[in-house]
Ligand binder design. Structure first.
Ligand code: PBE
Length: 270
């Protein structure tokens, strides 16, 4: 019944992802900020894969569902969904993905640092890599293929970057699709330049603290200023933003397009 309010239809539940994600903290703020918490709405913790399979099931039966969503991500390619307007700007006006390194990385490894300063792609290129991985390709293979198919970009990112001569670069990432994509692509380019790159997967909190205390060098997946903002605020004295590697990101809530009466987070309250 399209005239029934959306809350009861979705059991006043937003389907989310893993607890450590910035989007989960932002969504808790949104629940309070839009008066949804006060109406007993809740955020369900799961994982990107579980959330997407819930979404897929709902779409198959044309059932209503509200999910946490972000771009770049293949979910917008695969499913007919739309972002809900966020008039209070709780998820930020516009997000970008930044590269963040430990303090001292530039001094210790100016070559790799220069590469990360020059590494800048966009949601389209990144989306292609993520989609290939989603389709089941091995992320390292996808990275190699990307490098082969984008010599111009790779040349720009590596311009003036000296040979690594086996110098180590310790990358860290959370196993989110965007981080898997950018970490594998940059690691492979650096390996091709003679650097010895390690990639260590961990949760978001330990990821940031290991960069802060210098046991990791760099991450290419800081969603700023809002989504990873609390972690950045916590560690900002021990880390350094190298630059933006992907502008034009977006974070928020989304619903299937057939939920025609729901276009803003405000509409969930009705
Ligand atoms: N994300 C994708 C993550 C970062 C990458 C937006 C879901 C988050 O911290 O929320």
């Amino acid at each position: 019944n399209p005239h029934e309010s959306v809350g009861p239809q979705v059991h006043k539940t937003i389907t989310g992802i893993d607890a450590g994600a910035g989007i989960m903290a932002s969504t808790q703020k949104a629940l309070t900020g839009y008066g949804l918490k006060q109406q007993d709405w809740q955020l369900q913790t799961s994982s990107t894969a579980a959330m997407c399979s819930q979404l897929e099931k709902s779409i198959r039966y044309k059932q209503p569902i509200v999910v946490t969503a972000w771009q770049p991500h293949w979910m917008f390619k695969k499913y007919p969904i739309k972002f809900l307007k966020d008039p209070k700007g709780i998820y930020g006006k516009s997000e970008q993905i930044d590269t963040v390194a430990r303090k001292g990385f530039q001094k210790d490894n100016p070559g790799a640092y220069k590469f990360f300063q020059q590494f800048k792609w966009n949601p389209d290129l990144m989306g292609d890599v993520m989609y290939a991985n989603f389709k089941g390709a091995d992320p390292q293979k996808t990275a190699k293929q990307f490098i082969k198919q984008h010599p111009k970009e790779v040349a720009q990112w590596t311009a003036g970057v000296p040979d690594g001569n086996g110098k180590q670069v310790r990358m860290t990432y959370v196993t989110w699709d965007d981080a898997i994509a950018s970490t594998n692509v940059t690691a492979q380019i650096l390996r091709d330049k003679g650097y010895k790159v390690t990639m260590t997967a961990m949760e978001a909190q330990p990821e940031w603290s290991s960069i802060a205390r210098g046991s990791a060098d760099v991450t290419t997946a800081a969603w700023m200023p809002v989504t990873s903002g609390p972690l950045y605020a916590k560690f900002k004295d021990q880390v350094e933003v190298v630059g933006t590697n992907c502008p034009g990101a977006r974070v928020g809530l989304a619903v299937p397009k057939y939920m025609k009466n729901v276009n803003s987070i405000e509409d969930l309250k009705k």
